[in-house]
Design a protein around this ligand. Structure first.
Ligand code: NAG
Ligand code: NAG
Length: 236
């Protein structure tokens, strides 16, 4: 009776297997796919443009299409700028220029990032000019990391540098973790129920003879008692 049943063995094995399958997804780095390279709180991917990528909106759409929450690159620090420049040198061997996710807002007379983050770092490599900045965007010269202004009609779009924030990754991470936990808990519930049913089944089989003996034993005094009561009743 004490030996574990085949059912509880296989249930144990199954939950162990699911746990082993779930754990790596909790530990691996948090970028959307191997196309993305992590740095500080973001992931970066250089995606191939296409004949359908005509402008900034299409470029941003391309980023979003590869990973939800991703957008065209914004650069907020010297470290980030250097990281990107180094990656073009060592990894991406990219085009000479890439588009930055910024535009000149003529209402406020300043450059703004499309994702609304504060422009607290710039790396312009050209003199301030008095040129009209209406419809002006920005590019990065990938070899030097320097930024140049360009007409928004002439953005380099052969390759699009995209950035996904870690916040998006965290959400995905917890979704994965919760799914794993729910799967493991359901498996354990099924295993425990199966083991319990097996236990009941085994108990029923092994105690059936004892059960009938027990019944006949209790039956006898009961009969006697009835007899006795009957007798008392008779004698009364
Ligand atoms: C994202 O881009 C990479 C690199 O171009 C590509 O291999 C991958 O299939 C893309 N993923 C999606 C979901 O578009
Ligand atoms: C620059 O701005 C970004 C986004 O607003 C912020 O995350 C970053 O910490 C800022 N960096 C500095 C050096 O202020």
């Amino acid at each position: 009776m004490g030996a574990p049943s085949p059912a509880s063995y296989s249930a144990c094995f199954l939950s162990g297997f699911l746990l082993a399958a779930a754990l790596p997804s909790l530990g691996t780095d948090a970028c959307p796919s191997i196309a993305w390279i992590p740095f500080q709180k973001s992931c970066y991917a250089l995606l191939q443009g296409s004949s359908e990528v005509y402008g900034m909106d299409d470029a941003r759409e391309l980023c979003r299409g590869n990973a939800s929450g991703a957008d065209i690159i914004t650069i907020n620090s010297k470290d980030e700028n250097t990281f990107i420049q180094n990656n073009f040198h060592s990894n991406w061997h990219g085009p000479e220029y890439i588009s930055l996710g910024m535009f000149f807002d003529t209402d406020d007379d300043i450059f703004k990032w499309y994702d609304d983050s504060k422009v607290n770092f710039t790396n312009w490599i050209e003199e301030e000019s008095n040129n009209e900045l209406l419809n002006t965007c920005a590019t990065m010269h990938t070899a030097s990391g320097g930024w140049k202004k360009v007409s928004c009609e002439h953005l380099p779009l052969t390759k699009i540098l995209c950035e996904a924030t870690v916040l998006y990754e965290k959400t995905r991470f917890f979704e994965t973790a919760w799914t794993s936990i729910i799967v493991v808990l359901s498996t354990i519930t099924v295993a425990v129920s199966a083991a319990f049913l097996w236990f009941l089944y085994q108990r029923r089989i092994s105690s059936r003879p004892r059960c009938s003996t027990h019944n006949s034993i209790t039956q006898i005094p009961h009969d006697n008692e009835t007899f006795f009561i009957d007798e008392v009743e008779y004698s009364a």
